[in-house]
Design a binder for this molecule. Sequence first.
Ligand SMILES: Cc1cc2nc3c(=O)[nH]c(=O)nc-3n(C[C@H](O)[C@H](O)[C@H](O)COP(=O)(O)OP(=O)(O)OC[C@H]3O[C@@H](n4cnc5c(N)ncnc54)[C@H](O)[C@@H]3O)c2cc1C
Length: 466
Amino acid sequence: MNAPRTLNGHVSHWFAEHGPVTPREPLIGDATADVCIVGGGYTGLWTAYYLKKAVPFLRITVLERKFCGYGASGRNGGWLYNGIAGRDRYAKLHGKDAAARLQQAMNDTVTEVVRAADDEGIHADIHRGGVLEVAYTPAQLTRLKAFHEDEVGYGDRERLLLGARETAERIRVAGAVGSTWTPHGARLHPAKLVTGLAAAVDALGVSIHESTPVTEIRPKHAITPYGTVRAPYVLRCTEGFTADLKGLRRTWLPMNSSMIVTEPIPAELWETIGWDGRETLGDMAHAYMYAQRTADDRIALGGRGVPYRFGSRTDNDGRTQPATVDALREILVRFFPALARTGIDHAWSGVLGVPRDWCATVALDRSTGLGWAGGYVGSGVATANLAARTLRDLVQQDSGQGTATELTALPWVNHKVRTWEPEPLRWLGVQSLYAAYRTADHREAGLRSAVTDPIARWADRVSGRG
Ligand SMILES: Cc1cc2nc3c(=O)[nH]c(=O)nc-3n(C[C@H](O)[C@H](O)[C@H](O)COP(=O)(O)OP(=O)(O)OC[C@H]3O[C@@H](n4cnc5c(N)ncnc54)[C@H](O)[C@@H]3O)c2cc1C
Protein backbone atom coordinates (compact mmCIF):
# COMPACT_ATOMS: atom_id res chain seq x y z
CA MET A 1 0.00 0.00 0.00
CA ASN A 2 1.23 3.52 -0.70
CA ALA A 3 1.60 5.47 2.51
CA PRO A 4 -0.72 8.44 3.19
CA ARG A 5 2.35 10.68 3.00
CA THR A 6 2.57 10.15 -0.74
CA LEU A 7 1.66 13.38 -2.52
CA ASN A 8 -0.57 12.60 -5.50
CA GLY A 9 -0.98 14.80 -8.57
CA HIS A 10 0.01 18.48 -8.30
CA VAL A 11 1.41 18.10 -11.84
CA SER A 12 4.62 16.24 -10.86
CA HIS A 13 7.41 15.78 -8.36
CA TRP A 14 9.62 17.75 -10.74
CA PHE A 15 7.43 20.83 -10.42
CA ALA A 16 6.83 20.31 -6.68
CA GLU A 17 10.59 20.29 -6.24
CA HIS A 18 11.12 23.18 -8.60
CA GLY A 19 8.71 25.42 -6.68
CA PRO A 20 5.48 27.21 -7.60
CA VAL A 21 5.10 28.67 -11.05
CA THR A 22 3.74 32.17 -11.64
CA PRO A 23 2.12 32.05 -15.08
CA ARG A 24 3.05 34.73 -17.59
CA GLU A 25 0.36 37.21 -18.73
CA PRO A 26 -2.50 35.74 -20.77
CA LEU A 27 -3.42 37.00 -24.22
CA ILE A 28 -5.50 40.17 -23.99
CA GLY A 29 -7.50 40.78 -27.16
CA ASP A 30 -6.70 40.00 -30.80
CA ALA A 31 -3.12 39.96 -32.00
CA THR A 32 -1.04 39.22 -35.07
CA ALA A 33 2.22 37.30 -35.45
CA ASP A 34 4.36 35.73 -38.16
CA VAL A 35 4.19 32.35 -36.44
CA CYS A 36 1.74 31.29 -33.72
CA ILE A 37 2.65 28.21 -31.70
CA VAL A 38 -0.03 26.45 -29.66
CA GLY A 39 1.38 24.62 -26.62
CA GLY A 40 4.29 25.43 -24.33
CA GLY A 41 5.97 22.04 -23.95
CA TYR A 42 9.28 20.93 -25.42
CA THR A 43 7.88 20.86 -28.98
CA GLY A 44 6.41 24.36 -28.92
CA LEU A 45 9.27 25.95 -27.02
CA TRP A 46 12.09 24.36 -29.01
CA THR A 47 10.28 25.39 -32.21
CA ALA A 48 10.06 29.00 -31.01
CA TYR A 49 13.71 28.81 -29.93
CA TYR A 50 15.12 27.58 -33.24
CA LEU A 51 12.89 29.79 -35.40
CA LYS A 52 13.79 32.92 -33.46
CA LYS A 53 17.50 32.03 -33.53
CA ALA A 54 17.32 31.49 -37.30
CA VAL A 55 15.26 34.61 -38.10
CA PRO A 56 15.55 37.09 -35.21
CA PHE A 57 13.01 39.56 -36.66
CA LEU A 58 10.19 36.95 -36.76
CA ARG A 59 7.25 37.83 -34.51
CA ILE A 60 6.48 34.58 -32.71
CA THR A 61 3.66 34.04 -30.21
CA VAL A 62 3.31 30.96 -27.99
CA LEU A 63 -0.14 30.28 -26.50
CA GLU A 64 -0.15 27.94 -23.50
CA ARG A 65 -3.31 26.77 -21.78
CA LYS A 66 -1.81 26.55 -18.25
CA PHE A 67 1.91 27.17 -17.86
CA CYS A 68 4.96 26.06 -19.82
CA GLY A 69 5.73 22.48 -18.86
CA TYR A 70 2.26 21.69 -17.56
CA GLY A 71 2.01 18.71 -19.94
CA ALA A 72 4.25 15.69 -20.40
CA SER A 73 7.30 17.96 -20.73
CA GLY A 74 7.09 18.75 -17.02
CA ARG A 75 6.10 15.25 -15.91
CA ASN A 76 8.19 12.71 -17.81
CA GLY A 77 10.81 10.19 -16.75
CA GLY A 78 13.71 12.38 -17.86
CA TRP A 79 15.04 9.89 -20.38
CA LEU A 80 16.69 11.99 -23.07
CA TYR A 81 17.38 9.15 -25.51
CA ASN A 82 17.52 8.28 -29.18
CA GLY A 83 14.36 6.15 -29.51
CA ILE A 84 11.70 7.32 -31.97
CA ALA A 85 8.24 5.81 -32.35
CA GLY A 86 7.64 4.35 -35.80
CA ARG A 87 11.20 3.90 -37.08
CA ASP A 88 10.59 0.32 -38.19
CA ARG A 89 7.37 1.24 -39.98
CA TYR A 90 9.19 4.09 -41.71
CA ALA A 91 11.77 1.52 -42.83
CA LYS A 92 8.96 -0.54 -44.39
CA LEU A 93 7.41 2.53 -46.06
CA HIS A 94 10.56 4.36 -47.22
CA GLY A 95 13.39 1.83 -47.02
CA LYS A 96 16.03 1.05 -44.45
CA ASP A 97 18.37 3.86 -45.53
CA ALA A 98 15.70 6.50 -44.89
CA ALA A 99 14.95 5.01 -41.46
CA ALA A 100 18.69 4.89 -40.71
CA ARG A 101 18.93 8.62 -41.48
CA LEU A 102 16.07 9.21 -39.05
CA GLN A 103 17.89 7.15 -36.43
CA GLN A 104 21.14 9.04 -36.99
CA ALA A 105 19.23 12.33 -36.61
CA MET A 106 17.86 11.05 -33.29
CA ASN A 107 21.35 10.07 -32.09
CA ASP A 108 22.54 13.58 -32.95
CA THR A 109 19.51 15.08 -31.19
CA VAL A 110 20.61 13.75 -27.81
CA THR A 111 23.87 15.66 -28.26
CA GLU A 112 22.03 18.73 -29.56
CA VAL A 113 19.76 18.99 -26.49
CA VAL A 114 22.76 18.70 -24.17
CA ARG A 115 24.61 21.34 -26.22
CA ALA A 116 21.69 23.80 -26.40
CA ALA A 117 20.93 23.46 -22.67
CA ASP A 118 24.58 24.12 -21.96
CA ASP A 119 24.71 27.12 -24.31
CA GLU A 120 21.64 28.65 -22.69
CA GLY A 121 22.88 28.02 -19.14
CA ILE A 122 19.93 25.69 -18.42
CA HIS A 123 20.85 23.56 -15.40
CA ALA A 124 18.67 20.50 -15.84
CA ASP A 125 20.70 17.89 -13.92
CA ILE A 126 21.78 16.37 -17.24
CA HIS A 127 24.02 13.34 -16.84
CA ARG A 128 25.09 11.45 -19.93
CA GLY A 129 25.24 7.89 -18.60
CA GLY A 130 23.50 6.17 -21.53
CA VAL A 131 20.49 3.85 -21.44
CA LEU A 132 20.47 0.39 -19.85
CA GLU A 133 17.57 -1.94 -20.68
CA VAL A 134 17.36 -5.20 -18.73
CA ALA A 135 15.67 -8.58 -19.20
CA TYR A 136 14.54 -10.75 -16.30
CA THR A 137 12.64 -13.57 -18.03
CA PRO A 138 13.78 -15.87 -20.85
CA ALA A 139 11.24 -14.32 -23.26
CA GLN A 140 12.47 -10.83 -22.41
CA LEU A 141 16.04 -11.97 -23.03
CA THR A 142 15.09 -13.21 -26.50
CA ARG A 143 13.46 -9.83 -27.27
CA LEU A 144 16.42 -7.98 -25.79
CA LYS A 145 18.90 -9.78 -28.03
CA ALA A 146 16.74 -9.14 -31.11
CA PHE A 147 16.38 -5.48 -30.12
CA HIS A 148 20.14 -5.20 -29.60
CA GLU A 149 20.82 -6.67 -33.05
CA ASP A 150 18.33 -4.30 -34.65
CA GLU A 151 19.92 -1.26 -33.03
CA VAL A 152 23.41 -2.34 -34.06
CA GLY A 153 21.98 -2.81 -37.57
CA TYR A 154 20.93 0.87 -37.42
CA GLY A 155 24.51 1.89 -36.75
CA ASP A 156 24.63 1.90 -32.93
CA ARG A 157 28.10 0.37 -32.90
CA GLU A 158 28.98 1.42 -29.37
CA ARG A 159 25.98 -0.50 -27.99
CA LEU A 160 26.90 -3.33 -25.63
CA LEU A 161 25.14 -6.62 -24.94
CA LEU A 162 25.74 -7.49 -21.29
CA GLY A 163 25.35 -10.76 -19.41
CA ALA A 164 23.91 -11.13 -15.91
CA ARG A 165 27.21 -10.41 -14.15
CA GLU A 166 28.10 -7.36 -16.27
CA THR A 167 24.57 -6.03 -15.79
CA ALA A 168 24.91 -6.35 -12.02
CA GLU A 169 28.22 -4.48 -12.18
CA ARG A 170 26.19 -1.51 -13.40
CA ILE A 171 22.82 -1.90 -11.66
CA ARG A 172 21.84 -4.83 -9.44
CA VAL A 173 18.30 -5.48 -10.68
CA ALA A 174 16.97 -8.62 -8.94
CA GLY A 175 16.84 -11.58 -11.32
CA ALA A 176 18.26 -9.69 -14.31
CA VAL A 177 19.62 -12.18 -16.86
CA GLY A 178 21.06 -9.67 -19.30
CA SER A 179 20.88 -6.13 -20.62
CA THR A 180 21.75 -3.86 -23.51
CA TRP A 181 23.44 -0.48 -23.06
CA THR A 182 23.79 2.44 -25.47
CA PRO A 183 25.65 5.70 -24.93
CA HIS A 184 22.88 7.60 -26.79
CA GLY A 185 21.01 8.72 -23.70
CA ALA A 186 21.10 11.03 -20.73
CA ARG A 187 19.19 11.55 -17.52
CA LEU A 188 17.62 14.96 -16.92
CA HIS A 189 15.22 16.89 -14.69
CA PRO A 190 12.19 17.54 -16.94
CA ALA A 191 10.84 20.67 -15.20
CA LYS A 192 14.26 22.31 -15.01
CA LEU A 193 14.69 21.77 -18.75
CA VAL A 194 11.26 23.10 -19.73
CA THR A 195 11.24 26.14 -17.44
CA GLY A 196 14.82 26.99 -18.43
CA LEU A 197 13.89 26.68 -22.08
CA ALA A 198 10.82 28.92 -21.62
CA ALA A 199 13.04 31.54 -19.97
CA ALA A 200 15.53 31.31 -22.86
CA VAL A 201 12.73 31.70 -25.42
CA ASP A 202 11.29 34.64 -23.47
CA ALA A 203 14.71 36.29 -23.42
CA LEU A 204 14.98 35.93 -27.21
CA GLY A 205 11.87 38.13 -27.56
CA VAL A 206 9.15 35.54 -28.20
CA SER A 207 5.74 36.47 -26.72
CA ILE A 208 4.60 33.70 -24.42
CA HIS A 209 1.02 33.92 -23.14
CA GLU A 210 0.15 31.45 -20.40
CA SER A 211 -3.30 30.65 -18.91
CA THR A 212 -4.53 30.98 -22.51
CA PRO A 213 -6.45 27.98 -23.87
CA VAL A 214 -6.82 27.70 -27.62
CA THR A 215 -10.26 26.32 -28.39
CA GLU A 216 -9.90 25.98 -32.13
CA ILE A 217 -7.18 26.14 -34.73
CA ARG A 218 -8.10 27.26 -38.27
CA PRO A 219 -5.82 28.21 -41.13
CA LYS A 220 -4.09 31.46 -40.07
CA HIS A 221 -6.10 31.63 -36.81
CA ALA A 222 -5.66 30.40 -33.23
CA ILE A 223 -8.87 31.14 -31.37
CA THR A 224 -8.95 31.66 -27.59
CA PRO A 225 -11.64 33.00 -25.23
CA TYR A 226 -9.56 36.20 -24.88
CA GLY A 227 -8.93 36.96 -28.54
CA THR A 228 -7.66 35.46 -31.77
CA VAL A 229 -4.06 35.37 -32.94
CA ARG A 230 -3.78 35.73 -36.72
CA ALA A 231 -0.60 34.38 -38.29
CA PRO A 232 0.38 32.89 -41.67
CA TYR A 233 1.70 29.86 -39.78
CA VAL A 234 -0.11 28.22 -36.87
CA LEU A 235 1.79 25.28 -35.38
CA ARG A 236 -0.04 22.79 -33.17
CA CYS A 237 2.26 21.47 -30.42
CA THR A 238 -0.33 20.05 -28.02
CA GLU A 239 0.64 16.31 -28.21
CA GLY A 240 -1.43 14.29 -25.69
CA PHE A 241 -3.96 17.12 -25.31
CA THR A 242 -4.73 17.40 -29.03
CA ALA A 243 -8.09 15.61 -28.56
CA ASP A 244 -9.38 18.68 -26.65
CA LEU A 245 -9.17 20.86 -29.77
CA LYS A 246 -12.25 21.25 -31.95
CA GLY A 247 -12.37 18.66 -34.72
CA LEU A 248 -9.31 16.71 -33.51
CA ARG A 249 -10.83 14.29 -30.96
CA ARG A 250 -9.76 11.17 -32.83
CA THR A 251 -6.39 12.39 -34.16
CA TRP A 252 -4.05 11.18 -31.40
CA LEU A 253 -5.17 9.02 -28.52
CA PRO A 254 -4.24 10.50 -25.12
CA MET A 255 -2.45 7.64 -23.36
CA ASN A 256 -1.63 7.90 -19.66
CA SER A 257 1.70 7.14 -18.13
CA SER A 258 2.22 7.31 -14.38
CA MET A 259 5.25 7.80 -12.17
CA ILE A 260 6.36 7.54 -8.56
CA VAL A 261 9.43 8.96 -6.89
CA THR A 262 11.01 7.59 -3.72
CA GLU A 263 12.32 9.58 -0.83
CA PRO A 264 16.11 10.22 -1.09
CA ILE A 265 17.81 6.84 -0.69
CA PRO A 266 20.67 6.61 1.82
CA ALA A 267 24.21 5.69 0.73
CA GLU A 268 24.14 2.24 2.37
CA LEU A 269 21.17 1.20 0.23
CA TRP A 270 22.83 2.55 -2.90
CA GLU A 271 25.72 0.21 -2.13
CA THR A 272 23.37 -2.76 -2.58
CA ILE A 273 21.94 -1.31 -5.81
CA GLY A 274 24.98 0.15 -7.59
CA TRP A 275 23.80 2.50 -10.38
CA ASP A 276 26.90 4.69 -10.10
CA GLY A 277 26.73 5.40 -13.85
CA ARG A 278 23.29 7.05 -13.55
CA GLU A 279 22.12 5.27 -16.70
CA THR A 280 18.44 5.61 -17.45
CA LEU A 281 16.94 2.18 -16.74
CA GLY A 282 14.22 0.27 -18.57
CA ASP A 283 13.08 -3.30 -19.16
CA MET A 284 11.78 -5.51 -21.95
CA ALA A 285 8.35 -6.27 -20.45
CA HIS A 286 5.36 -5.58 -22.72
CA ALA A 287 3.96 -3.21 -20.07
CA TYR A 288 7.44 -1.75 -19.71
CA MET A 289 8.89 0.37 -16.91
CA TYR A 290 11.35 3.27 -17.10
CA ALA A 291 13.41 4.79 -14.31
CA GLN A 292 16.18 7.19 -13.42
CA ARG A 293 18.41 7.84 -10.42
CA THR A 294 17.82 11.52 -9.72
CA ALA A 295 20.48 14.10 -8.92
CA ASP A 296 19.38 13.99 -5.27
CA ASP A 297 19.56 10.17 -5.11
CA ARG A 298 15.94 9.19 -5.40
CA ILE A 299 14.53 6.71 -7.89
CA ALA A 300 11.84 8.05 -10.21
CA LEU A 301 10.03 5.14 -11.87
CA GLY A 302 7.19 5.06 -14.35
CA GLY A 303 4.96 2.69 -16.24
CA ARG A 304 1.50 2.21 -17.57
CA GLY A 305 -1.33 2.88 -15.11
CA VAL A 306 -4.92 3.06 -16.28
CA PRO A 307 -3.90 3.54 -19.89
CA TYR A 308 -6.79 5.57 -21.28
CA ARG A 309 -9.88 7.46 -20.09
CA PHE A 310 -13.17 7.06 -21.95
CA GLY A 311 -13.85 9.78 -24.53
CA SER A 312 -10.18 10.85 -24.73
CA ARG A 313 -10.43 12.82 -21.48
CA THR A 314 -6.99 14.06 -20.57
CA ASP A 315 -6.10 15.49 -17.23
CA ASN A 316 -6.77 16.18 -13.58
CA ASP A 317 -3.51 17.94 -12.67
CA GLY A 318 -1.68 14.62 -12.80
CA ARG A 319 -3.63 12.77 -10.11
CA THR A 320 -3.20 9.03 -10.49
CA GLN A 321 -5.14 6.04 -9.13
CA PRO A 322 -3.97 4.50 -5.81
CA ALA A 323 -3.93 1.08 -7.52
CA THR A 324 -1.43 2.43 -10.06
CA VAL A 325 0.78 3.79 -7.28
CA ASP A 326 0.74 0.35 -5.64
CA ALA A 327 1.54 -1.36 -8.93
CA LEU A 328 4.53 0.93 -9.58
CA ARG A 329 5.75 0.42 -6.04
CA GLU A 330 5.60 -3.34 -6.59
CA ILE A 331 7.79 -2.96 -9.68
CA LEU A 332 10.26 -0.86 -7.67
CA VAL A 333 10.53 -3.52 -4.96
CA ARG A 334 10.60 -6.34 -7.50
CA PHE A 335 13.63 -4.62 -9.09
CA PHE A 336 15.28 -3.61 -5.81
CA PRO A 337 14.06 -5.72 -2.87
CA ALA A 338 16.26 -3.66 -0.50
CA LEU A 339 13.80 -0.77 -1.03
CA ALA A 340 10.84 -2.61 0.54
CA ARG A 341 10.65 0.01 3.31
CA THR A 342 11.54 3.04 1.24
CA GLY A 343 8.87 5.74 1.22
CA ILE A 344 7.21 7.04 -1.93
CA ASP A 345 7.16 10.84 -1.77
CA HIS A 346 5.07 11.65 -4.82
CA ALA A 347 2.98 9.99 -7.54
CA TRP A 348 1.58 11.58 -10.69
CA SER A 349 0.54 10.87 -14.25
CA GLY A 350 0.52 12.58 -17.61
CA VAL A 351 -0.70 12.10 -21.15
CA LEU A 352 1.22 11.31 -24.28
CA GLY A 353 -0.10 11.29 -27.84
CA VAL A 354 -0.55 8.01 -29.73
CA PRO A 355 -1.37 8.06 -33.48
CA ARG A 356 -3.36 5.15 -34.95
CA ASP A 357 -0.19 3.63 -36.45
CA TRP A 358 2.09 4.49 -33.47
CA CYS A 359 4.38 6.61 -35.68
CA ALA A 360 5.65 10.03 -34.59
CA THR A 361 5.17 12.79 -37.18
CA VAL A 362 6.07 16.38 -38.02
CA ALA A 363 4.23 18.21 -40.76
CA LEU A 364 3.49 21.52 -42.44
CA ASP A 365 0.53 21.80 -44.79
CA ARG A 366 1.78 24.32 -47.33
CA SER A 367 -1.72 25.11 -48.59
CA THR A 368 -3.01 26.25 -45.16
CA GLY A 369 0.10 27.18 -43.16
CA LEU A 370 -0.98 24.72 -40.45
CA GLY A 371 1.80 22.66 -38.93
CA TRP A 372 2.03 20.07 -36.18
CA ALA A 373 4.39 17.67 -34.47
CA GLY A 374 3.88 14.89 -31.97
CA GLY A 375 2.49 11.39 -31.65
CA TYR A 376 5.76 10.51 -29.96
CA VAL A 377 4.15 7.60 -28.01
CA GLY A 378 6.19 8.22 -24.89
CA SER A 379 9.54 8.86 -26.59
CA GLY A 380 9.32 12.62 -26.87
CA VAL A 381 12.03 14.24 -24.78
CA ALA A 382 14.59 14.12 -27.58
CA THR A 383 12.13 13.68 -30.47
CA ALA A 384 10.44 17.02 -29.70
CA ASN A 385 13.76 18.75 -30.33
CA LEU A 386 14.22 17.06 -33.72
CA ALA A 387 10.61 17.92 -34.57
CA ALA A 388 11.20 21.56 -33.62
CA ARG A 389 14.28 21.94 -35.83
CA THR A 390 12.32 20.28 -38.64
CA LEU A 391 9.36 22.65 -38.20
CA ARG A 392 11.83 25.54 -38.34
CA ASP A 393 13.18 24.26 -41.67
CA LEU A 394 9.69 23.60 -43.08
CA VAL A 395 8.50 27.12 -42.21
CA GLN A 396 11.67 28.69 -43.60
CA GLN A 397 11.40 26.67 -46.79
CA ASP A 398 7.74 27.55 -47.25
CA SER A 399 8.24 31.24 -46.58
CA GLY A 400 11.11 31.42 -49.06
CA GLN A 401 13.73 32.08 -46.38
CA GLY A 402 15.27 28.65 -46.72
CA THR A 403 15.45 25.54 -48.87
CA ALA A 404 14.89 21.82 -48.36
CA THR A 405 17.27 20.42 -45.75
CA GLU A 406 18.40 17.03 -44.51
CA LEU A 407 15.75 17.34 -41.82
CA THR A 408 12.86 18.11 -44.17
CA ALA A 409 13.81 15.00 -46.17
CA LEU A 410 13.46 12.60 -43.22
CA PRO A 411 10.77 9.93 -43.67
CA TRP A 412 8.55 11.04 -40.76
CA VAL A 413 7.93 14.46 -42.38
CA ASN A 414 4.35 14.95 -43.62
CA HIS A 415 3.41 11.34 -42.82
CA LYS A 416 -0.37 10.81 -42.96
CA VAL A 417 -2.32 8.37 -40.80
CA ARG A 418 -5.99 7.57 -40.31
CA THR A 419 -7.87 8.63 -37.18
CA TRP A 420 -8.78 6.40 -34.23
CA GLU A 421 -12.10 4.56 -34.06
CA PRO A 422 -15.09 6.30 -32.42
CA GLU A 423 -16.11 5.40 -28.84
CA PRO A 424 -16.77 2.94 -27.33
CA LEU A 425 -14.49 1.04 -29.73
CA ARG A 426 -11.51 3.23 -28.85
CA TRP A 427 -11.88 2.62 -25.12
CA LEU A 428 -12.56 -1.10 -25.51
CA GLY A 429 -9.61 -1.49 -27.87
CA VAL A 430 -7.08 0.15 -25.56
CA GLN A 431 -8.37 -1.63 -22.45
CA SER A 432 -8.11 -5.02 -24.16
CA LEU A 433 -4.70 -4.18 -25.54
CA TYR A 434 -3.20 -3.40 -22.15
CA ALA A 435 -4.98 -6.30 -20.46
CA ALA A 436 -3.37 -8.49 -23.13
CA TYR A 437 0.11 -7.05 -22.47
CA ARG A 438 -0.25 -7.56 -18.71
CA THR A 439 -1.42 -11.14 -19.24
CA ALA A 440 1.48 -11.79 -21.62
CA ASP A 441 4.02 -10.46 -19.09
CA HIS A 442 2.50 -12.65 -16.40
CA ARG A 443 2.54 -15.77 -18.57
CA GLU A 444 6.11 -15.14 -19.72
CA ALA A 445 7.25 -14.85 -16.11
CA GLY A 446 5.37 -18.03 -15.15
CA LEU A 447 6.12 -20.25 -18.14
CA ARG A 448 9.82 -19.30 -18.38
CA SER A 449 9.58 -19.89 -22.14
CA ALA A 450 12.11 -18.05 -24.28
CA VAL A 451 9.44 -17.14 -26.83
CA THR A 452 7.29 -13.99 -26.76
CA ASP A 453 3.81 -14.91 -25.59
CA PRO A 454 1.32 -15.24 -28.50
CA ILE A 455 -1.11 -12.90 -26.70
CA ALA A 456 1.44 -10.07 -26.96
CA ARG A 457 2.08 -10.85 -30.63
CA TRP A 458 -1.66 -10.74 -31.26
CA ALA A 459 -1.90 -7.40 -29.39
CA ASP A 460 0.96 -5.96 -31.47
CA ARG A 461 -0.81 -7.00 -34.67
CA VAL A 462 -4.28 -5.67 -33.83
CA SER A 463 -2.95 -2.41 -32.40
CA GLY A 464 -1.00 -1.60 -35.53
CA ARG A 465 2.34 -1.74 -33.69
CA GLY A 466 3.53 -5.06 -35.07
C1 LIG B 1 4.58 10.26 -17.29
C2 LIG B 1 5.33 10.43 -18.58
C3 LIG B 1 6.64 9.97 -18.68
C4 LIG B 1 7.36 10.13 -19.86
N1 LIG B 1 8.67 9.79 -19.90
C5 LIG B 1 9.40 10.03 -21.01
C6 LIG B 1 10.80 9.81 -21.02
O1 LIG B 1 11.40 9.48 -19.99
N2 LIG B 1 11.48 10.01 -22.18
C7 LIG B 1 10.85 10.41 -23.32
O2 LIG B 1 11.51 10.53 -24.35
N3 LIG B 1 9.54 10.71 -23.32
C8 LIG B 1 8.81 10.55 -22.19
N4 LIG B 1 7.49 10.89 -22.16
C9 LIG B 1 6.92 11.57 -23.33
C10 LIG B 1 7.39 13.02 -23.41
O3 LIG B 1 7.36 13.62 -22.15
C11 LIG B 1 6.49 13.78 -24.38
O4 LIG B 1 6.48 13.10 -25.60
C12 LIG B 1 6.95 15.21 -24.63
O5 LIG B 1 7.15 15.89 -23.44
C13 LIG B 1 5.91 15.92 -25.48
O6 LIG B 1 6.21 17.29 -25.52
P1 LIG B 1 5.17 18.25 -26.21
O7 LIG B 1 5.68 19.62 -26.06
O8 LIG B 1 4.89 17.78 -27.59
O9 LIG B 1 3.82 18.04 -25.40
P2 LIG B 1 3.47 18.50 -23.90
O10 LIG B 1 4.63 18.53 -23.04
O11 LIG B 1 2.30 17.68 -23.46
O12 LIG B 1 3.03 19.99 -24.10
C14 LIG B 1 1.81 20.36 -24.67
C15 LIG B 1 1.45 21.70 -24.05
O13 LIG B 1 0.34 22.22 -24.74
C16 LIG B 1 -0.54 22.81 -23.81
N5 LIG B 1 -1.85 22.76 -24.44
C17 LIG B 1 -2.58 21.66 -24.70
N6 LIG B 1 -3.74 21.99 -25.29
C18 LIG B 1 -3.73 23.33 -25.40
C19 LIG B 1 -4.66 24.26 -25.92
N7 LIG B 1 -5.82 23.87 -26.43
N8 LIG B 1 -4.33 25.58 -25.88
C20 LIG B 1 -3.13 25.99 -25.38
N9 LIG B 1 -2.23 25.14 -24.86
C21 LIG B 1 -2.52 23.82 -24.88
C22 LIG B 1 -0.43 21.92 -22.58
O14 LIG B 1 -0.83 22.58 -21.42
C23 LIG B 1 1.05 21.58 -22.58
O15 LIG B 1 1.82 22.47 -21.82
C24 LIG B 1 6.73 10.73 -21.00
C25 LIG B 1 5.41 11.17 -20.91
C26 LIG B 1 4.71 11.03 -19.72
C27 LIG B 1 3.30 11.52 -19.64
